[in-house]
Design a protein around this ligand. Structure first.
Ligand SMILES: [Zn+2]
Length: 242
């Protein structure tokens, strides 16, 4: 026998589990990018001015996902002082003052995007078995921690998506011109279909957001409003791309 036979069996079992346990999670997945107190609340360490205006829409997307059993993927900025992005003399392009520091209240999600039973995956690569536990232990969401702009720097995300990739990804959160940008472009690079919820994202630079919206549309991204998302059934998202 080949020594990789066991892994193949595990993957096959996992696919069956996904098909059985999360039948409605497969057509579409929501990606909630960094909706954490330090970014969105006015008292946050790196508060994005005006971003509170998306909170109501974030809450609507959360309810929709709960009601329709949509796979909910979240990313979570989480830093220690030694991280490259953190600086006492930040340029606000590549470096920022301390924010979302590990273990602080600012690192927590805002109430609108809290889920009751998240599986939280740190940046170190986890064994496939831990990703299985997402299905076996009834988690309602999976959270990928990261310590830079790129959500795919957490290698568990690629591993997780390779198990049974959703047909369409719906992306929202903050900031449009930083981590949301990396999420959208990382998904496009992997040839996934992407919807950006334009009234549930918020940028640091509003002009940059307009340019990104134009660029993404040219690259095949669909820009929808929250209410348009709410009017679709999970099976209908993919039809927007046909
Ligand atoms: Zn950060």
């Amino acid at each position: 026998m080949h020594n990789n036979t066991g892994l193949g069996e595990k993957e096959a079992k996992l696919e069956l589990l996904i098909m059985g346990a999360l039948p409605k999670a497969v057509p579409v997945a929501f990606i909630d990018v960094d909706t954490q107190k330090d970014f969105i609340m006015p008292y946050g360490c790196l508060s994005i001015p005006g971003s509170e205006c998306i909170i109501d829409n974030l809450a609507k997307l959360n309810s929709y996902a709960s009601n329709h059993c949509v796979l909910w993927i979240a990313t979570m900025d989480s830093h220690v002082l030694e991280d490259e992005e953190i600086s006492s003399e930040p340029d606000f392009k590549d470096t920022f003052p301390p924010h979302c520091m590990n273990g602080t209240a600012g690192e927590e999600r805002i109430a609108a995007t809290l889920r009751s039973t998240p599986l939280i995956l740190d940046v170190q690569t986890e064994p496939l078995e831990k990703l299985w536990s997402f299905l076996e232990d009834c988690y309602d969401s999976v959270v990928f921690k990261k310590n830079n702009f790129d959500i795919f720097s957490n290698k568990n995300l690629d591993q997780f998506l390779s198990l049974s990739p959703p047909h369409v990804f719906v992306v929202f959160g903050v900031a449009t011109d930083f981590c949301v940008k990396y999420a959208v472009e990382g998904l496009l690079h992997r040839n996934f279909k992407v919807i950006v919820v334009k009234d549930a994202v918020f940028a640091i630079d509003q002009e940059a957001e307009k340019q990104l919206f134009d660029q993404w549309q040219n690259e095949g991204v669909k820009l929808l409003e929250t209410k348009e998302i709410m009017d679709l059934n999970p099976d209908e998202f993919e039809q927007l791309f046909s």
